[in-house]
Design a binder for this molecule. Structure first.
Ligand SMILES: [Zn+2]
Ligand SMILES: [Zn+2]
Length: 495
């Protein structure tokens, strides 16, 4: 039995594990690389395995860095099954469709009308042609492009709908024998709605069974709306994320208080509060918190704009699955309070409306993308970043190389859509809203395994963080750890 680390190895994006069991070939996640241009190049490369030979993809959750390359997998010949929860399926469709749209818009901007018409024509005629498990080169290099740097869309909405056909839905907690020698169970990872930690029982080449656990992204306990991560009691091999393996988040109470203080201050000085949001989970958690502020009249005089059609759609999906909520959120619902709506909250649809609110004073604007790599937040930053009265609240991890990271790192001036913008705003990080477990949460979760693991693989973290976390796990738990490199293959039968 072999595992190859095809993403999220010494970095946080592109999550993808390739497993050869001897009998079967499976993937855990198939995510997009984001942020670092060197890594993003990998999105255009053929997979280091044959997609048409993959039997199953175990999809942990709907974040783009975990599901983003699924359409590429399908375009390159995948015919197996994608295993997930129902909310993950719905959210993945939303995320992939949004990505297809954004890619097309970016392409249209860079090649102009003529180039784009040629693209549309070609999309109709040959976009889904696949040759020997590899996409034809012409799909990536566009001869009609007037701009050599134009990024040809990696997939379009048709590819997304094609991908959705391969989904198979399962419930948390059920042990499922998929095939002889391949069994799995989904546990709640407590990260975003529908997120999963996979337990896989696989027969080794020697006929013995081995249990592998893939953490997926782990949530922090006590998150609003969703439940805490399930503890898992044993495993031969654990593959754990380490995004925040070097950090302790502030407590939820402290975070909520800090959030409230920022809003009160903005109310007082007529400032704008910009929150670059991740459409899924963080947005809903923040709306949930704001709902509580407004319902208890702690904040009254400052309008809240959710300026992200995608986040609005994601919120609708959240409303569809109350069975996945934790006790507190269920209780709110039972009391008749819709946790995702309150007086003062406005869902912004059109770009015109978005432009209008951008120049308003005293408002809370939540807009994507979460790391300021695109989307409506850019326009709001152009209009507000230079003002000292502006507050920017970062609520999630800012990948190296992204605009969000540059602002957060304190650059005095940043380039946004081709112009230099001074950065004078007040910067805040509310890590307590993070959908990721911190170092303490990760250690707590790993302790659940006792001394059963033969090896813990530390994945999904920047190299320095993964390495220091690996050392900590080794010392504290006295279990062997390994920080895999990109594309490294490990023979698990050696252990
Ligand atoms: Zn995630
Ligand atoms: Zn992730």
């Amino acid at each position: 039995m072999k595992v190859q680390f095809c993403g999220a190895a010494k970095t946080v994006t592109g999550s993808c594990f390739y497993l050869e069991t001897g009998k079967y070939k499976v993937l855990v996640d198939c995510g997009m690389f984001q942020g670092d241009p060197e890594l993003e190049k990998l999105n255009k490369e053929p997979f280091p395995f044959d997609p048409s030979a993959i039997d199953y993809v175990f999809l942990t959750h709907a974040h783009y860095d975990h599901c983003g390359r699924l359409p590429l997998l399908v375009k390159q010949g995948f015919k197996g099954e994608i295993i997930s929860t129902q909310p993950t399926r719905d959210l993945t469709q939303l995320v992939l469709l949004d990505s297809a749209k954004v890619q097309e818009e970016d392409y249209r901007r860079s090649v102009g009308r003529e180039g784009f018409e040629a693209y549309l024509h070609k999309k109709d005629s040959e976009n889904v042609k696949v040759y020997n498990g590899q996409i034809k080169d012409s799909l990536y290099g566009d001869a009609t492009s007037s701009d050599d740097n134009a990024e040809y869309p990696l997939f379009n909405e048709g590819d997304v709908y094609e991908t959705m056909k391969y989904f198979r839905i399962y419930e948390y907690g059920d042990s499922v024998v998929l095939r002889d020698g391949l069994e799995f169970r989904m546990r709640d990872a407590g990260h975003i709605l529908g997120s999963v930690t996979f337990e896989l029982w696989i027969q080794n080449g020697d006929g013995k069974q081995r249990k592998l656990v893939f953490s997926g992204d782990l949530g922090q306990p006590g998150q609003r709306i969703i439940r805490d991560p399930d503890m898992i009691r044993d495993a031969d091999f654990v593959f754990v994320e380490s995004t925040y393996g070097d950090r302790i988040h502030k407590s939820k109470d402290e975070t909520v208080l800090e959030f409230l203080t920022i809003l009160k201050e903005a109310e007082k000085i007529n400032g704008n509060v910009l929150i670059p949001i991740f459409a899924i989970e963080r947005t809903q958690e923040i709306i949930y918190e704001l709902n509580l502020f407004y319902e208890s009249k702690l904040v009254t005089d400052i309008p809240v704009y959710l300026d992200s059609p995608m986040a609005s759609d994601a919120t609708e999906i959240f409303k569809r699955y109350p069975a996945f909520y934790d006790e507190d959120a269920k209780r709110l619902l039972e009391k008749g309070d819709d946790p995702f709506n309150f007086k003062g909250l406005k869902f912004v649809k059109s770009v015109d409306e978005s432009n209008r609110i951008s120049n308003q004073k005293k408002s809370i604007i939540m807009a994507g993308s979460g790391m300021c790599t695109g989307g409506r937040i850019l326009n709001h930053l152009i209009n507000n970043l230079a003002k000292q009265s502006t507050s920017i609240i970062f609520v999630g991890y800012q990948v190296r190389g992204t605009l969000g990271r540059r602002i957060l790192d304190g650059q005095k001036s940043v380039r946004i859509r081709g112009r230099e913008v001074e950065s004078n705003a007040q910067l805040h990080t509310l890590g307590g809203f993070s959908a990721h477990a911190d170092e303490r949460d990760l250690m707590y979760w790993l302790r659940g395994f006792g001394h059963t693991p033969r090896m813990i693989f530390i994945c999904h973290g920047d190299e320095d963080i993964a390495t220091s976390f690996s050392d900590k796990v080794k010392t504290d738990l006295m279990i062997d750890t390994h920080v895999p490199s990109m594309f490294e293959t490990v023979d698990l039968e050696k252990y």
